[in-house]
Design a protein around this ligand. Structure first.
Ligand code: GLY
Length: 297
């Protein structure tokens, strides 16, 4: 089989950021060239994007509503059916490594403190760096427009933040968000793998978990291919979007067409995009700009 790595930088990532996706795809392709599996390659590609700083994952993760807290989600899956994921992970540089660690255990998904203790048990690299200046700036921007309900995402338009506030720190006078990184891989042995990582989607309350660590929602790999999604997590979860795309691959629909079909189920004001590989093809589609890349070993 013709091996390939696809990466994306999240919905709304501008095309100028494609260099980051290309570098990550090349990192994944190098892993395949060296004999690594599809899963090894997908994890390596996502690790690379977690370090980029521009993408909303790893050290580029967005802040929660309070402007202080970073909680990250990640998930990995290979077509053998092995799955690992972490939700609301704090304090580690590579959430995707923690998801990979979860895959090596009897469980699928670890959350919060348990996820952090698992990462520590696997001696993963801590991250105390906090949010990037770019993310702090984005937080400031959202905060400064929060007073105008028309400028908010639809789900938040009528929200009474004073009632919902679940942080220990008081509600700040101002508030802030965007998206996920992902990789899908087909290796020479015909195995598929998907990996995804995110800081979440703005705005977020404490403990909110999006689609990224949820199998079938933010990622999926099965006998017919691998899929990774990006966009507004709540809407992706409702549609189990990646599983829906994989189901279409299994019916012989091409990856790009399968993603398009699911994209059409999202209202226009909800950002959504995905990348996918099947046994013979690969494709991507998004209803917003989305930096992406492919590489072959
Ligand atoms: N797609 C990322 C999130 O909603 O958390």
């Amino acid at each position: 089989m013709d091996p390939i790595v696809l990466t994306h930088g999240g919905t709304k990532s501008p095309p100028e950021w494609s260099d980051g996706c290309e570098r990550a795809a090349r990192v994944g392709a190098a892993v395949l060239r060296a004999g690594g599996s599809a899963l090894d390659a997908a994890v390596a590609a996502v690790r690379d994007m977690e370090d980029d700083g521009r993408f909303n994952a790893g050290r580029g993760s967005c802040l929660r509503f309070d402007g202080i807290t970073l909680e990250m989600d990640a998930g990995v899956m290979e077509s053998t059916g092995r799955i690992g994921a972490v939700a609301a992970l704090r304090g580690f540089r590579h959430p995707v490594d923690a998801a990979r660690a979860a895959l090596e255990t009897p469980h699928v998904l670890y959350a919060g403190e348990g996820a952090a203790l698992l990462a520590r048990a696997f001696a993963l690299e801590p991250w105390e760096g906090g949010a990037s200046e770019a993310m702090r700036e984005r937080h400031r921007k959202i905060a400064s427009t929060w007073g105008d309900p028309a400028a908010r995402r639809p789900a938040w338009r009528d929200a009474d933040l004073g009632r919902l506030w679940n942080f220990r720190t008081p509600l700040p006078p101002e508030l802030r968000p965007e998206d996920t990184v992902g990789a899908v891989v087909r290796d020479a042995a015909g195995r598929f793998a998907a990996a995804a990582s995110t800081g979440g989607a703005i705005p977020m309350l404490l403990g909110r978990v999006g689609d990224t660590p949820l199998p079938g929602a933010g990622f999926w790999a099965g006998p017919h291919g691998a899929v990774a999604a990006t966009g507004i997590g709540e809407e992706i979860i409702r549609r189990l979007a990646c599983r829906g795309i994989h189901d279409r691959l299994s019916a012989g629909v091409s990856p790009a067409e399968a993603i398009r079909a699911i994209t059409e189920t999202f209202p226009g004001d909800v950002a959504f995009g995905a990348i996918a590989v099947s046994a013979s093809e690969s494709g991507e589609h998004a209803n917003r700009s989305m930096a992406f890349a492919t590489a072959r070993p």
